[in-house]
Design a protein around this ligand. Structure first.
Ligand code: ATP
Ligand code: MG
Length: 204
């Protein structure tokens, strides 16, 4: 790079630094937030667990409720349960009803959803819990297994410093409104659609 380009680059970086520094100066409020990770692309649940591990690294306590039908534990959950210190710091519950495509059983699914939600409400009332992950919660609202207003109220009334991460596609507008941070992951490409088999360690 010639000297003039270097000089321009340095000036641009200096202006950028001023903007970033001013933004950091402005953001002084300390409170827990609601993070919503939605959209059709891959990376919602793994993002939530990435943040969970980040919190654990700082010695925080957490709770995870997975509103999933599958009963096979994913790598992130196996890892969590294998690490004694992490397992002690995280209360974990999965709905895990098993898939019922053949024998649709709404009542059984509803009972399982209510039981999982009972775990969530307990976590949402415990100020010792810094982070609550509600994985795939969006579907419970979309298909009316859980009442949207009840869920939104419980999250609103959580302890002031507690953060909640919600994942899942097709988030209701009430969740988007509630959340402080919303990331919509777009599905640009997915290997599965090109015929690549789901892989341990990548997809589950
Ligand atoms: P991940 O758990 O990998 O972060 P996710 O939580 O964003 O994915 P889900 O909708 O919960 O996505 O689906 C989980 C599973 O479906 C994973 O095995 C993931 O690889 C796969 N998957 C996610 N998005 C897509 C997609 N757009 N097309 C095909 N498969 C997908
Ligand atoms: Mg997911």
């Amino acid at each position: 790079m010639d000297e003039e380009k270097k000089q321009n680059h340095n000036e641009r970086m200096l202006r950028k630094k001023a903007v970033v520094d001013a933004a950091i100066e402005r953001a002084q409020e300390e409170r827990g937030i609601v993070v919503l990770i939605t959209g059709n692309g891959k990376g919602k649940t793994t993002s939530a667990f990435g943040t969970l591990y980040r919190a654990l690294g700082h010695g925080q306590r957490a709770g995870v409720v997975q509103f999933i039908k599958g009963t096979q534990a994913t790598g992130e959950v196996i890892f969590l349960q294998q690490q004694a210190s992490a397992a002690a710091a995280v209360e974990y519950h999965a709905m895990a009803t098993g898939f019922t495509w053949n024998t649709q059983d709404w009542d059984a699914d509803k009972r399982a959803a209510d039981a999982a939600w009972a775990h969530a409400t307990r976590l949402l009332q415990d100020p010792k819990v810094n982070l609550v992950v509600l994985d795939e919660l969006t579907y419970m609202l979309k298909y009316n297994y859980l009442d949207t207003a009840t869920v939104v109220d419980a999250i609103r009334q959580r302890p002031a410093l507690q953060t909640v991460i919600i994942t899942g596609r097709a988030a209701r507008p009430e969740l988007v409104e509630l959340a402080d941070t919303v990331s919509e992951i777009a599905d640009r490409k997915h290997a599965f659609k090109a015929g690549v088999k789901a892989q341990a360690g990548i997809d589950f």
